[in-house]
Design a protein around this ligand. Structure first.
Ligand SMILES: O=P(O)(O)OC[C@H]1O[C@H](OP(=O)(O)OP(=O)(O)O)[C@H](O)[C@@H]1O
Ligand SMILES: NC(=O)CC[C@H](N)C(=O)O
Ligand code: SF4
Ligand SMILES: [Mg+2]
Length: 482
């Protein structure tokens, strides 16, 4: 079967970025710019769908936004005042053109286009049911089940059909949906993935992160609320809350790694939070050293915070090449190792003879840490201490981040002491889950955590129907397995 299941996938990637705009001439150009600012969220493929008042037009392509949506011949074919777009890292369904979003279908009531950030944890089950009822899928991903549920809904208009569909899915979704009734933006009831709303003149904009508003000079209005559907069309902007209200569980990893540091996430500067995490880490896991060295780029703000709180000078002991993509997207373990070497190099003149604290945001497989600790030693560092600005990543994500299966997560296999040995560091420490919440200005409620932190705790905020069916085990075993 060509359909891939997220739990079979061995690659480590990020998530997706979405963007939608209503009411601007050449809407597609704004989407292209917005997607460019969201490129860090997905580098496999990109797509834009526009509605010109009569017809829908789409262009979807493998690769980056630049190189596809900076071409006149492509942009000329995307006319209209309303558009949505997507940058993709696959979580369900292979990296192939048929899975590139926005997905589009001509339904009985008209065209329907959707762009999705997140992952549905019961997509495989829904797909099997829909298949049995005669649905013919064009893609192998999770998102298309939403289209089939809309297509087969007996409700009246697109908004009601969409609501009906979303009540049947489980997991994480931030969506922008385009129909001839308007542009709809929505977040799942737990608000696991982000989605913000902005304004540029008369135009209304939705984007995964505020950096996508900045790039086009739009102002931030507010977050789309968990469980909210916002419909924008020529009659105005209307908000709907069709789901039973539950306590939100936004993804805590957005603050640690995924979002760009210049974004404002849930009202907080991502950069400031990362510095706070570094400062908490310095308090929780101090060490005597000569320099605090960040693992660029993502470790930089936390390292600054660590340095400021510990009064150990911040220095660039590792220089990163800007011409190498993320290590994430390399297909094999061998190439991934090579990727890390290509990407980072020691600043030997600085680190020789020094005691170094290396600060990174996370350890997933350990590939980066093993390489960089050795790189510091080869460059003559006297001691190498590793500090990580998140708790040990012990569990996989099923909500739109492509972490590897549990068995491949270093922290799922060994203790912190064993990990220190494995990466050959003089010491290794991770921030505690409580410290991470403190950096966000909160105290973790252990009975009802304020956020999704499942990759660190195993406390998944939804059922994981597909995983449970695959493993034949109740998902509660995961919840209790911390
Ligand atoms: O333990 P590992 O399996 O090596 O994964 C963890 C590393 O991967 C990410 O960095 P990456 O280099 O992919 O991207 P970045 O440039 O955004 O930091 C993350 O920031 C860690 O450095
Ligand atoms: N990373 C994501 O948000 C991916 C969206 C969707 N699940 C896909 O695989 O295309
Ligand atoms: S499992 Fe981790 S990465 Fe996934 S949504 Fe929860 S906190 Fe975020
Ligand atoms: Mg990194």
């Amino acid at each position: 079967m060509l359909t891939t299941n997220p739990f079979d996938d061995d690659k480590l990637r990020e998530e997706c970025g979405i963007f939608g705009i209503w009411g601007a001439e050449n809407a597609a150009s704004f989407v292209a710019l917005g997607l460019h600012a969201l490129q860090h969220r997905g580098q496999e493929a990109a797509g834009i769908t526009v509605f010109d008042g009569k017809h829908f037009h789409s262009h979807r392509a493998m690769g980056h936004v630049a190189g596809n949506f900076d071409r006149d011949d492509v942009m000329r074919k995307l006319p209209g005042r309303t558009a949505i777009g997507h940058v993709r890292y696959s979580t369900t369904g292979e990296t192939a053109l048929r899975n590139v979003q926005p997905l589009f279908a001509d339904l009985a009531q008209g065209g329907f286009a959707v762009a999705h950030n997140g992952n549905l944890s019961n997509a495989m089950k829904l797909r099997r049911t829909l298949n049995r009822r005669g649905s013919i899928f064009q893609s192998t991903g999770d998102t298309e089940v939403i289209i089939h549920l809309v297509a087969t809904s007996d409700r009246g208009n697109n908004l009601d059909k969409l609501t009906d569909a979303l009540k049947q899915v489980e997991g994480a979704y931030s969506l922008v949906v385009l129909t001839d009734e308007g542009l709809v933006a929505c977040r799942d009831p737990l608000g696991i993935r982000p989605l913000v709303m902005g304004k540029l003149g008369e135009a209304t904009i939705f984007a995964s992160e505020t950096v996508a508003l900045d790039v086009i000079g739009a102002s931030y209005l507010r977050d789309v609320e968990p469980g909210e559907l916002v419909l924008v069309n020529d009659t105005g902007i209307r908000s709907y809350r069709p789901f039973e209200k539950v306590a939100p569980r936004p993804c805590i990893f957005e603050h640690v790694y995924f979002s760009r540091p210049d974004s404002i996430a849930e009202g907080q500067s991502v950069y400031e939070v990362r510095k706070n995490i570094g400062a908490e880490l310095a308090r929780e896991a101090p060490v005597e050293a000569d320099y605090v060295v960040p693992v660029p780029d993502s470790g930089v703000p936390a390292a600054l915070g660590y340095s400021q709180a510990s009064a150990i000078p911040f220095e660039l002991g590792i220089i990163r090449s800007h011409y190498v993509g993320r290590t994430f997207i390399q297909p094999s373990q061998e190439v991934r190792h090579l990727g890390v070497k290509l990407k980072h190099n020691a600043n030997s003149a600085l680190v020789r003879g020094k005691r170094i604290v290396l600060v990174d945001d996370s350890i997933v497989r350990g590939t980066t840490s093993v390489k960089l600790v050795q790189m510091m030693r080869d460059a003559g560092a006297r001691e190498v201490h590793m500090r990580i600005a998140s708790p040990p990543t012990t569990h996989s994500c099923f909500y739109g981040v492509d972490t590897p299966e549990r068995a491949k997560l270093l922290a799922a296999q060994m203790s912190v002491a064993a990990m220190a040995d494995y990466i050959n560091a003089d010491s290794l420490a991770f921030i505690s889950i409580e410290g991470l919440y403190r950096a966000l200005g909160e105290e973790r409620d252990n009975n009802q955590p304020q956020r999704c932190d499942a990759c660190f705790t195993g406390n998944y905020p939804t059922s994981l129907t597909d995983l449970t069916e695959k493993e034949g085990a109740p998902s509660l075993s995961l919840v209790a397995s911390r």
